[in-house]
Ligand binder design. Structure first.
Ligand SMILES: [Zn+2]
Length: 240
């Protein structure tokens, strides 16, 4: 993929966030990495989605140095950089404050696997990070936000669990490319909505049995997958 192709993908994926009702105003961003070239493409800070183009999208190196683009990159760039460095399988990251996922994040709860929609995409719970300490909040806040995500994944596989809730903040998802990452954001928001409603109807309901989680997850993922062609996020938008 050329840099121009990556820029086009990042621009289109960012514009998909308001279309999927995942963001208001400019509350969210998509970033992607070209690991061979060592560059990251991300939405500029505060830019309305409709104004985003391949000529004003930000291109940086892995230290956050601006290589292309007339504006500063998203303030969340350092979070993306921490995650790209920690999760080598991840090539694109989406950050939003989508309503239902953020409710769980603000409550400080992991989203338990309450049904097969969840099990199809996320293996077991969708984790929530710990709160940042005062020292972390007053220090290098964005880097520390990335660090608490990485800390939460110490014993988790970011491919099997392609998203996280950041306590009191919002949600990050990731994937092999921008469409995979946006797709996971849409799915996670729906799962969060269903889980809230399920818990309201039955506050004592627990996770589905491990057998059902495994059946649903592993029929779509891993060496013995037999049902992995139904959707992948591609085709959500017309991207040229
Ligand atoms: Zn945020």
């Amino acid at each position: 993929m050329t840099l121009l192709e990556l820029k086009k993908a990042v621009v289109a994926a960012n514009k998909e966030l308001p279309k999927q009702n995942l963001v208001k105003y400019s509350w969210g961003n998509v970033g992607a990495i070209d690991r061979e070239k060592g560059v990251v493409v991300i939405k500029p800070v505060g830019m309305p989605y409709e104004e985003l183009t391949v000529d004003n999208v930000s291109v940086t190196d892995l230290d956050g140095k601006i290589l292309e683009g007339p504006f500063n990159p998203s303030v969340d760039l350092p979070i993306h950089l921490v995650l790209f460095k920690a999760f080598p399988q991840v090539n694109a990251i989406v950050h939003t404050h989508s309503t239902y996922a953020t409710m769980w994040a603000q409550a400080g709860f992991d989203i338990p696997c309450l049904g097969t929609t969840h099990a199809d995409y996320f293996y077991k719970s969708i984790p929530c990070t710990r709160q940042l300490t005062d020292k972390e909040i007053n220090g290098n806040f964005e880097v520390e936000t990335g660090n608490v995500i990485v800390e939460r994944f110490k014993d988790l596989d970011p491919v099997a669990v392609p998203g996280v809730l950041v306590a009191s903040h919002g949600v990050f998802t990731w994937g092999s490319d921008v469409w995979d990452a946006v797709h996971k954001s849409v799915v996670l928001e729906e799962i969060a909505k269903m889980a809230l409603g399920t818990r309201l109807l039955n506050p004592s309901i627990g996770p589905v049995p491990n057998s059902l989680m495994d059946r649903h997850y592993f029929r779509k993922h891993g060496a013995n997958a037999y049902f992995d062609h139904d959707d992948h996020g591609h085709g959500m938008v017309d991207h040229d």
